[in-house]
Design a protein around this ligand. Sequence first.
Ligand SMILES: CC(C)(COP(=O)(O)OP(=O)(O)OC[C@H]1O[C@@H](n2cnc3c(N)ncnc32)[C@H](O)[C@@H]1OP(=O)(O)O)[C@@H](O)C(=O)NCCC(=O)NCCSC(=O)C[C@H](O)C(=O)O
Ligand SMILES: [Mg+2]
Length: 288
Amino acid sequence: MTTAYRPRRSVLYMPASNERALEKAKTLPVDGLIFDLEDAVGPQEKEAARENARAAAACGDYGYREVTIRVNGTGTQWHEADLEAACAAGPDGIVVPKVGSADEVRGLVAAMEAHGAPEHTRLWAMVETPDAVLDARAVATASGRLAVLVLGTNDLVTELQARFVPGRGPLLAALSSVVLAARAAGVAVLDGVYNDVRDLEGLAAECRQGRDLGFDGKTLIHPGQIGPCHEAFTPSAEEVEEARGLLAAWEAGAGRGVVTYEGRMVENLHVEVAQRVLATDEAVRSRS
Ligand SMILES: CC(C)(COP(=O)(O)OP(=O)(O)OC[C@H]1O[C@@H](n2cnc3c(N)ncnc32)[C@H](O)[C@@H]1OP(=O)(O)O)[C@@H](O)C(=O)NCCC(=O)NCCSC(=O)C[C@H](O)C(=O)O
Ligand SMILES: [Mg+2]
């Protein structure tokens, strides 16, 4: 267990053209931020947004929050300049939309190195096309610099010619495939956004579903979504107590491969889960 562990329960997008939102984000109790240069920014605003994102990512005023910049996708007219500016700013992550293949990941990492991105700046690849879902494992394992897979469910629904329905039945195969790929590769994985910012009950249900599917957290679009998201992704007091008890029972077993806790079998894997619960709890407490 380590205090350096950074939970990614909630990661909030904001258009980098919106200076008020960039400022407000300094006070929001969110785990991570994505300063967007892509879809939330109109063509006329791209250059100003790029400069805002660069300045915000470099300013150091966002405290514990993980700071990332979402550049425009590979092959767009803005991509190169966005990537260069993002590398110069040195955020925690550079989010690249519509990543299609492992080759693209390797090309992006080579470009980040060529632009002198500091070592702590990791690649976050968005999975939001059928190609990326089908190649998710290859994408996730293409480079040690890739730290996070981020679902883009708006693009994915569009590309699949599917529909948004309660329970997300049409997306479940894709969501689970990407979680499987991320877990196999040992990288983090974030669920897509919930578009209706007024529907907090629908959001809460989708957050719980994302948690149950195995996501580390959810991407968000409005500050009002942070509370319900944390409710789903933060270990409850009961879970923390249970994890402590289980670890105590394991340690009392002094090296035995299997012990019992409250009548249930405990093996190494249960210990890992308990350690993750306590690491998340510790990190969350250290922020508040
Ligand atoms: C959806 C919004 C356009 C709504 O904005 P607005 O009408 O201004 O909301 P409010 O008046 O309720 O705002 C209240 C205050 O909160 C601040 N605010 C709002 N949103 C954000 C935010 N995202 N980050 C930080 N702060 C925010 C407002 O400035 C108000 O502040 P104050 O006046 O000081 O009280 C807006 O929420 C928005 O733009 N959201 C983000 C949209 C976005 O970035 N979209 C791109 C990513 S989504 C996506 O496409 C993912 C993927 O690619 C896919 O395919 O699915
Ligand atoms: Mg998208």
